[in-house]
Design a protein around this ligand. Structure first.
Ligand code: NDP
Length: 303
């Protein structure tokens, strides 16, 4: 039986996007500036095509400019890096996003480090990560930012709470952990070598699962009343040739114990694109030295 509050990612992301759209309009009215996002897709992976199309569509819907570069899968590393070098100084482009993964013959690290830090709206550049770690202003990876916004929407004060983050990737686990640390949580990062993971999870006031293993986290791993954020997206072939999506948390079991929980789909995933829009706006404002446009750094209250 579900007793937890279901955290509605669709409703939350709509609230955030509304806020971004208002800030974009304010920026245009006050300064005649329109944030510009460049997305780069190498190859024709269907899932990546869907993600990039959704980013483009959202940027346009919020009043931003968005330019898409579709490159063939055989594009050389040098050509991709040269495209990034041409976008870096372009004043009409405030954010650059190369959809990952790139084809195997291209070095992902080179792609990430060739993107200008100021335009690194995916927050993956080592300097962006270092700034986050040292508590300095930074463009933070979109999914971790979305996780924190959802948590702060549920919990008024995170100070002193024990947060357990399962997963230590540069994309999700580590930045989520640093964001929670910056909010004065006591943070434990767990991973594939962690001993007695269930017992550690059971001590979490906030549990963030970013693993990539279908329903690995069971109901009896959850502390009663905990806030559970399920980042996992696990695709399982279903009838009709379609995939069914599962999280890393067994939702049926966990929602009977947790205080609040994100579903999959319909939770964190929807916040990721909205947070990309926040980053593109923030990049534009920062690059132009603007101080009189309010940036949505957390979810606005429900009306
Ligand atoms: P990675 O594969 O890069 O990292 C997975 C992490 O999980 C690793 O740190 C790994 O540990 C850990 N792990 C693996 N198996 C276990 C285990 N049995 N017990 C404990 N920890 C384990 O994945 P990502 O961080 O990129 O993504 C995680 C999940 O989130 C995926 O399902 C992905 O699809 C999803 N995702 C969702 C997004 C969204 O918008 N909703 C965005 C990005 C990702 P170790 O380091 O020891 O190997």
């Amino acid at each position: 039986m579900t007793t937890a509050t279901i955290i509605d990612g669709k409703e939350a992301s709509a609230r955030l996007k509304d806020c971004v759209a208002k800030a974009v309009a304010d920026l245009k009215a006050k300064h005649g500036l329109v944030p510009g996002l460049a997305t780069v897709l190498v190859g024709e992976d269907p899932a990546s095509q869907v993600y990039v199309a959704s980013k483009q569509k959202t940027a346009h819907a919020l009043g931003m400019n968005s330019i898409q570069h579709n490159l063939p899968a055989a594009t050389s590393e040098a050509d991709l890096l040269n495209l990034l070098r041409s976008l870096n100084p372009d004043p009409a482009i405030n954010g650059i996003l190369v959809q990952l993964p790139v084809p195997k013959h291209i070095d992902t690290i080179k792609v990430i480090t060739t993107t200008a830090v100021a335009k690194d709206v995916d927050g993956l550049h080592p300097e962006s990560a270092g700034r986050l770690m040292s508590g300095r202003a930074a463009l933070v990876s979109c999914t971790p930012m979305g996780c924190l916004m959802l948590i702060k929407d549920v919990l008024a004060d995170l100070t002193g709470l024990h947060a357990v983050v399962v997963g230590r990737s540069n994309l999700v686990g580590k930045p989520v952990a640093h964001l929670l640390l910056n909010e004065n949580c006591t943070v434990t990062i767990a991973h594939s070598r962690t001993r007695d993971l269930a017992a550690i999870c059971r001590t979490a006031d906030i549990l963030v699962a970013a693993v990539g293993r279908k329903e690995m986290i069971r109901g009896d791993w959850i502390k009663p009343g905990a806030t559970v954020i399920d980042v996992g997206i696990n695709r399982v072939p279903a009838a009709g040739g379609k995939n069914k999506l599962y999280g890393d948390v067994n939702f049926a079991e966990a929602s009977a114990v947790a205080g609040a929980i994100t579903p999959v789909p319909g939770g964190v995933g929807l916040m990721t694109v909205a947070c990309l829009m926040v980053n593109t706006l923030k990049a534009c404002v920062t690059q132009n030295g603007i101080t009189d446009v309010a940036l949505p750094m957390r979810l606005p209250p429900r009306v």
